[in-house]
Design a protein around this ligand. Structure first.
Ligand SMILES: CC(C)(COP(=O)(O)OP(=O)(O)OC[C@H]1O[C@@H](n2cnc3c(N)ncnc32)[C@H](O)[C@@H]1OP(=O)(O)O)[C@@H](O)C(=O)NCCC(=O)NCCS
Length: 159
């Protein structure tokens, strides 16, 4: 099944309207094609999957090339999910990220997909989101208030 897919890193011919459609239907995010193009062009590593010349998936990462990299926007068109496309894309992306630590935030329920590449849950991760993403993430439980215990033994909560 894998052989019908071509994995590529070339960004020059990407149809950003098609990628926005894939992201919406995956489902992952509703993204504007222009913003997606800018985000992928500003990324340090990108990967795309094509079937018969048609875009079917993408992923990208930011990286300092030495210590840290973060993976974003991993999405496969629903009609091509479960065919090894995501595995091939993430493998190809990781091969471009020779750093000490690679981060990502997983959609709930997709952790097992990333576990296969060696990712583990990270208990000390924090996120600073702009509104409206902040409110949505607080409501869904993705972001939670930090609970710290002072030297007096008083538990403080901030949000
Ligand atoms: C998550 C996603 C990228 C996976 O891509 P995919 O092409 O469907 O996955 P693959 O077929 O390459 O699966 C690779 C392996 O991971 C496993 N896997 C896939 N999804 C999984 C999940 N949710 N939990 C556990 N394992 C999973 C597959 O069974 C397969 O195992 P195998 O190698 O033993 O056969 C894709 O389903 C998708 O785009 N989902 C919607 C958007 C999304 O949630 N993206 C993730 C953002 S964090």
């Amino acid at each position: 099944m894998d052989s019908m897919y071509k994995i590529a890193h070339d960004i020059s011919e990407i149809d950003w309207w098609r990628l926005a459609d894939i992201m919406a239907r995956a489902p992952l995010f509703e993204r504007k094609p222009f913003d997606l193009a800018q985000a992928f062009r500003n990324s340090d590593a990108v990967v795309f999957a094509h079937a018969d010349g048609v875009l079917v998936g993408a992923a990208r990462a930011l990286s300092d090339g030495v210590y840290y990299a973060t993976i974003y926007d991993v999405a496969v068109a629903p009609e091509h999910q479960g065919c090894g496309v995501g595995r091939q894309m993430v493998s190809a992306l990781l091969s471009k990220l020779p750093v000490e630590r690679v981060f990502l935030t997983s959609v709930f329920g997709k952790e097992g997909f990333y576990e296969r590449f060696g990712f583990l849950a990270q208990t000390n991760a924090m996120g600073r989101y702009a509104e409206p993403a902040r409110g949505q993430a607080l409501a869904s439980g993705v972001l939670t208030a930090v609970r710290t215990t002072s030297s007096l033994g008083v538990t403080k909560t901030s949000n």
